[in-house]
Design a protein around this ligand. Structure first.
Ligand SMILES: Nc1ncnc2c1ncn2[C@@H]1O[C@H](COP(=O)(O)OP(=O)(O)OP(=O)(O)O)[C@@H](O)[C@H]1O
Ligand SMILES: [Mg+2]
Length: 226
């Protein structure tokens, strides 16, 4: 479902060029659960940003569900992303001016889902993630673990094929982190492809495959027993 061919990403900051990804070849099948690990600065977030169509490669091809999306316009990429890809981040990235309900609903407003169906889907998704009783709260009134569950609800409500997670437990204590990991396994078991960046060897071990990056290259690519 995902295929990178010779993908490089060169970040330009003033005079300084950084090769964040260096000729990456990678295939991810539908239904996989992939963990990406490696030291700070090795290109993990850059890789996730490209997989999630938030960023474009400097060189190479990116095939998403059989289409080469290299060279697509931003609006076309946005459209594809909103329908097919969900994102969660270390810092949750919820909008404080909106309620929990509205934060999740926003993910359905872009694609023209009618209001009544939006209400039903948001209500069901918040209930599934155990935060239904917090629907009218603001994000800051929730615990970190609850905020991340709201962010997961937002990422999943549109029914994406792929969930991308960048250090989703990085701001959580162990108990809440384990809870998020349990949810990711469940989401994957229900058929969603999951790609997660993590610094935790324990969390990486829960995925079915681990990629280890170093200096923008894939050094290790191993399958794990379930
Ligand atoms: N927007 C940017 N402009 C310039 N350089 C960037 C930009 N984003 C990332 N980089 C550089 O690209 C390299 C890879 O960064 P990236 O954020 O992908 O690393 P990472 O593996 O996610 O690190 P961390 O574990 O610290 O989150 C780093 O050297 C970083 O400084
Ligand atoms: Mg990062």
């Amino acid at each position: 479902m995902i295929k990178l061919v010779g993908v490089s990403k060169i970040h330009q900051a003033g005079e300084i060029q950084t090769t964040a990804l260096d000729r990456i070849d990678l295939e991810i099948e539908a239904g996989e659960y992939v963990a990406i690990t490696g030291p700070s600065g090795c290109g993990k977030s850059t890789m996730l940003g490209i997989l999630g169509l938030l960023d474009v490669p400097s060189h190479g091809e990116y095939w998403f569900e059989g289409q080469n999306v290299a060279g697509w316009s931003e609006s076309k990429l946005n459209q594809l992303r909103r329908g097919r890809i969900g994102f969660i981040f270390q810092s949750f990235n919820l909008i404080e001016e909106l309620t929990v309900f509205e934060n999740v609903e926003l993910a359905l407003e872009y694609n023209g889902t009618p209001a009544r169906e939006r209400r039903e889907r948001v209500t069901a998704m918040l209930a599934k993630l155990g935060v239904g009783h917090r629907a009218s709260h603001r994000p800051s009134q929730l615990s970190g673990g609850q905020q991340q569950r709201v962010a997961i609800a937002r990422a999943l409500v549109a029914g994406p094929a792929v969930l991308l997670a960048d250090e989703p437990t990085g701001n959580l204590d162990t108990a809440h982190g384990d809870e998020v990991m349990r949810l990711l396994r469940e989401i994957n078991a229900e058929g969603t492809t999951v790609v997660m960046v993590t610094h935790s060897p324990d969390h990486a071990a829960q995925a079915s495959r681990t990629l280890n990056l170093l200096d923008g290259r894939i050094m290790v690519d191993v399958l794990q027993a379930a």
